[in-house]
Design a binder for this molecule. Structure first.
Ligand SMILES: [Zn+2]
Length: 386
């Protein structure tokens, strides 16, 4: 019998308390020390507990951290590319002892998880930055965030009391929920598409390529705070629904949000994104140019090449690599460097920056760049800002 892809490491980690056990833990929590590590760390705790980061069961200890930085594997030998750390400042660390259980909380009235501190250790931020981001430059947003955090790491298993309270909760599904949905639909080979933006025609082309080879497509946009001028999460979801409802066979496409922080770790984050999507039930993952990149820190195709450093079975997800996608007037269709033999004079370059500039000037982008139904949703975004 065909089944969905196994979670990374073989088991979908479930560390979420419910019912009487949760009530008891909430009561117990009142006598414990409460830490407020911020939404990014809390989101990591939640993702660990719901299995999105399987096989992790808690924040990383020193042995895992060193091995991840050195060889892109956990100490157990399972492939893993990003440090998942709970960092605190020296003062906080000095007050805590190994063996102690603490509460990780969002607010005084909102505990998220319990964590047993099995290990407390000092990190070298420059070494972690170099190993994770390939740079120690503090202008890199991921490096800057790391340097601003404390230099002490707390490690140990987490138990979830409450999902993190965030404004996009209703747009998000847990790994058990997406897996149940795929099973219900009879999908075995699922291709995941990662995005942080509304869809233009090049994205649609890639999604069609995915649909040609898989049982179904998971559109899995990363939800989070946006920079000024970026489309908000609701607009991105609405734009996708406009595309799916008007162009795709609805029963072959599934869309759900994923609230995790972007780390901008480029190649290492591309592998991490593939592993996370595997835990949500995807067996294929699309990686384009400069995946999870920022500025000019990474070669645009480094995020595709990094997968060659692993044996196929180690990641377990089939990676669909793509380059430059455009509309070609001579082909009369969407095409890519791999499928079109014409010169640049025939090609319409497509980027969200161009689409956005046209919409901001009150122009309607041509249908070769963005579907009219999607353009309508984006126009409404600008109208609401006026
Ligand atoms: Zn062509």
């Amino acid at each position: 019998m065909k089944t969905l892809i196994e979670p990374h490491g073989g088991t979908l980690i479930q560390r979420r308390l419910t019912g009487a056990a949760r009530e008891e833990a909430l009561e117990h929590a009142r006598s414990l020390r409460w830490l407020y590590p911020g939404d990014d760390a809390l989101m990591d705790a939640e993702k660990i507990a719901v299995g999105a980061f399987s096989p992790l069961e808690g924040f990383m200890g020193q042995a895992d951290l060193e091995e991840v930085l050195k060889s892109m594997h956990l100490a157990s030998g399972v492939a893993w590319t990003l440090p998942i750390l709970l960092l605190v400042d020296e003062e906080t660390a000095a007050d805590l002892r190994e063996g102690e259980t603490v509460v990780l909380a969002q607010r005084d009235d909102y505990p998220v998880a319990l964590m047993e501190i099995q290990e407390k250790y000092r990190i070298n931020p420059q070494k972690v930055a170099q190993g994770t981001f390939g740079t120690t430059d503090e202008n890199h947003p991921g490096v800057a965030k790391l340097y601003a955090a404390g230099t002490w790491a707390l490690a140990g298993p987490v138990m979830l009391l409450n999902l993190v309270d965030h404004p996009w909760r209703h747009l998000e599904l847990l790994p058990i929920e997406t897996r149940a949905e795929f099973q219900k639909r009879g999908w075995h080979r699922v291709v995941a598409f990662q995005t942080r933006n509304a869809p233009h025609r090049a994205h649609e082309y890639l999604q069609r390529v995915g649909l040609e080879v898989a049982d179904g497509l998971l559109v899995h946009p990363i939800l989070g705070s946006k920079k000024k001028g970026d489309y908000d999460n609701e607009t991105i979801l609405r734009a996708y629904h406009a595309l799916i409802d008007n162009y795709f066979p609805k029963d072959r496409v599934f869309i759900a949000g994923l609230a995790i922080q972007m780390r901008y770790a480029g190649p290492r984050e591309a592998v991490f994104h593939a592993i996370v999507r595997k835990n949500y039930g995807a067996s294929m993952f699309m990686v384009g140019r400069d995946h999870a990149g920022v500025g000019n820190y990474y070669d645009p195709f480094a995020a595709q090449r990094i997968f060659e450093e692993f044996e196929d079975h180690e990641i377990g997800v089939e990676i669909i690599r793509f380059g430059n996608v455009f509309y070609c007037h001579a082909c009369g269709s969407m095409a890519s460097d791999k499928t079109c033999g014409h010169g640049p004079e025939h090609r319409v370059a497509i980027s969200m920056t161009r689409v956005r500039d046209m919409l901001k000037r009150g122009e309607t982008p041509p249908p070769e760049m963005v579907r009219p139904e999607v353009a309508e949703v984006l126009k409404a975004f600008y109208r609401a800002q006026e």
